[in-house]
Design a protein around this ligand. Sequence first.
Ligand SMILES: NC(=O)c1ccc[n+]([C@@H]2O[C@H](COP(=O)([O-])OP(=O)(O)OC[C@H]3O[C@@H](n4cnc5c(N)ncnc54)[C@H](O)[C@@H]3O)[C@@H](O)[C@H]2O)c1
Length: 378
Amino acid sequence: MYSGSTSVKTTAVYKENRIFIVQNHVHLHFFQQNSQFSASFAQFIEDMNHTLHIIVTLRKEKIMKIYTLEQIRKIEKDIPLMVEQLEKGYEKYSLGETVVPPVGYLHFDEPVGNTYIKYGYVKGDDSFVIKVFNGFPENAESGLPTSDGLNMVFDSKTGMTKAILLDEGWLTGFRTAGATLVCAKHLAPKHITKVGICGTGTQAHAILSMTPYVLGKQKVVVYGYTKELTDAFVAEFKEKGFDIEPAYDVNTVCDECNYIVTATTTMTPLITADMVKPGTHITGVGADAGGKNEIDASVFAVADLVVNDSKSQCTVDGDTSFALKKGTIKEESIIELGTLIHTGKGRENDDQITVADLTGIAVQDIIAAEMACQLLGE
Ligand SMILES: NC(=O)c1ccc[n+]([C@@H]2O[C@H](COP(=O)([O-])OP(=O)(O)OC[C@H]3O[C@@H](n4cnc5c(N)ncnc54)[C@H](O)[C@@H]3O)[C@@H](O)[C@H]2O)c1
């Protein structure tokens, strides 16, 4: 019987987002039997297994790449491509060409927080994506970002990890704003009086920043939860060259704007039917779970066209769910965004009231993550 010490020394370098194992040295020193033998041998086996696992994984060239927000943000310049890809993605979703399980959702009470796990794949695609997005609104009080998250991209033929996108929730804002642009393309009135934004948080920033890509330069009116938040948002966007004014109540937004996007965490509806003028389009992105409700059920009763990004999600978690419960709309009269794009049946004239309820679907995350991977050379 022999005993001794073993050490497994792995030298690795982190270069261009890859982890390379440079050297693996296994030192074995066997001595006469002593009481430490069993323990050190077991540790040796464990270390070896771990090291071999890393080597085998790397040798197969399934080298995981980790990307930071700074790298991922480069897809920002491709907004037209994002809109085009999203349109195709929505169509595939509504035609049943995707696999999208129900959204994983966690709610936290103190402080209030929401975690969403959205995942799935487009049939025939090389990758599948799992996204985690966290929204913790009270972070704003301590100066922390209100959202964070990441996307994991896997090979759909082997299940191997392709990339981890540490996007800090940014991709969600980008693809949500992209979704509002898809709705603008198909549902906005031809002549826009003013663009109205309700909310001054992360999504509102992303949405307004990207709006000119489809609607061109427009006058903007913004309503925030408080005067301070509204004024700060206006000052920031004026600095960026936007023609923007504050509104201190939602009535003003509805009076002046015929294209409105709501992106708040409110549970008390902001917009009711009596506020909405003929010809208005409203896209709501805020009500996505947890009892949030921005567009009152009464608006659905006066709408000529009600669009859901996902009927199965919106009828449970979106503004649409409240309208269904109150009986101001019937499920059969709702059209999915992908079906609308596929059939070309959008807004028919500038007098119609149209509503798009978006809860955010995994297909958007798949598209955003795959776009980022492609740009980053995956
Ligand atoms: N549909 C989607 O795809 C999608 C994607 C991302 C986020 N979201 C949802 O959009 C909402 C906003 O997300 P965010 O990341 O901008 O959050 P955020 O915390 O950064 O911003 C929330 C905004 O809502 C405002 N607000 C809160 N209560 C309000 C009230 N009663 N009246 C008016 N304004 C009020 C806040 O002042 C803030 O401007 C959240 O509910 C989030 O879950 C939806």
